[in-house]
Design a protein around this ligand. Structure first.
Ligand SMILES: [Zn+2]
Ligand SMILES: [Zn+2]
Length: 261
């Protein structure tokens, strides 16, 4: 029993075999996949609407979010922000995001990233929903903005790839940490150290597919079924059984994102 807490199944990588991908996810024991709806180049907020529609077609298996990624922060217009609020108000949308800061790629000016991130945190607070946070090479600014703007419904730092010091900052804000295939990468000792030390009741697993494919499939397209490899590595890192990891991460995802059981 597993939940992939972060997947991009509306991406063109799944254009021809999505139903087979979903079948393999079920066969691997997945009980739910959270689809991250986001502003997309060419389709703006309709990109998020596509993920939400996919979730509505199969509500037993999918939940959806809607947000503006830091990469796209500068391209999103005032109209897009109005549309984002409309989409996030939908009862079928479980969280606002992914939103946050990405100082690795710097595809939008940092100041604009910070402003759009704060705005989405305020939207989540207003709607009473949790947030899905993307942060890369920006832990200090991310924590500072969260300190000021995070609402009582909390959220998830998705694809956590930092160290224990950063993890502690997010945990002290009441946030959950979601681990991706990066946990299986050879060079990810600092990530594994954080995964070993964080409280079990704050951990989630995800694929962030089609990206970040776990070992031993690295280099191939990622898909939700592979979340099991990340869960297995998490079990190994913590010295507990895979069943315990499955049970805890599924319960945690359901609680923080208020997913149907
Ligand atoms: Zn992300
Ligand atoms: Zn993502």
């Amino acid at each position: 029993m597993l939940i992939d807490s972060h997947a991009h199944l509306d991406f063109e990588e799944y254009g021809t075999d999505l139903s087979a991908v979903i079948e393999r996810a079920r066969a691997a024991g997945l009980v739910r996949i959270v689809l991250i709806g986001q502003w997309r180049e060419g389709s703006s907020m309709d990109g998020a609407a596509a993920a939400i529609e996919l979730a509505k077609r199969e509500p037993q298996m999918f939940s959806a979010t809607a947000g503006i990624h830091p990469h796209d922060a500068a391209q999103a217009t005032a109209e897009d922000l109005v549309e984002l609020e409309r989409l996030c108000s939908d009862t079928g949308v479980v969280a606002v995001g992914e939103c946050g800061l990405d100082y690795h790629y710097d595809r939008s000016p940092r100041e604009v990233q910070r402003e759009r991130f704060a705005l989405q945190l305020r939207l989540a607070k207003k709607l009473g929903k949790p947030v899905v946070i993307h942060t890369r090479e920006a832990d200090l600014d991310t924590a500072e903005i969260l300190q000021a703007e995070l609402g009582p419904d909390g959220g998830v730092v998705h694809c956590f790839t930092s160290d224990w010091a950063a993890a502690q900052r997010y945990l002290s804000l009441g946030l959950h940490l979601s681990f991706s295939g990066v946990l299986t990468f050879k060079t990810a000792d600092a990530v594994r150290d954080a995964a070993a030390r964080a409280p079990l009741d704050r951990l989630l697993v995800e694929t962030d597919c089609p990206f970040l494919t776990p070992v031993p499939h690295r280099g191939k397209r990622n898909e939700p079924a592979f979340v099991k490899l990340t869960a297995a590595r998490l079990a190994e890192v913590r010295g507990i059984s895979l069943a315990e990891v499955e049970q805890a991460t599924t319960a945690n995802a359901r609680r923080v994102l208020r997913l149907p059981g």
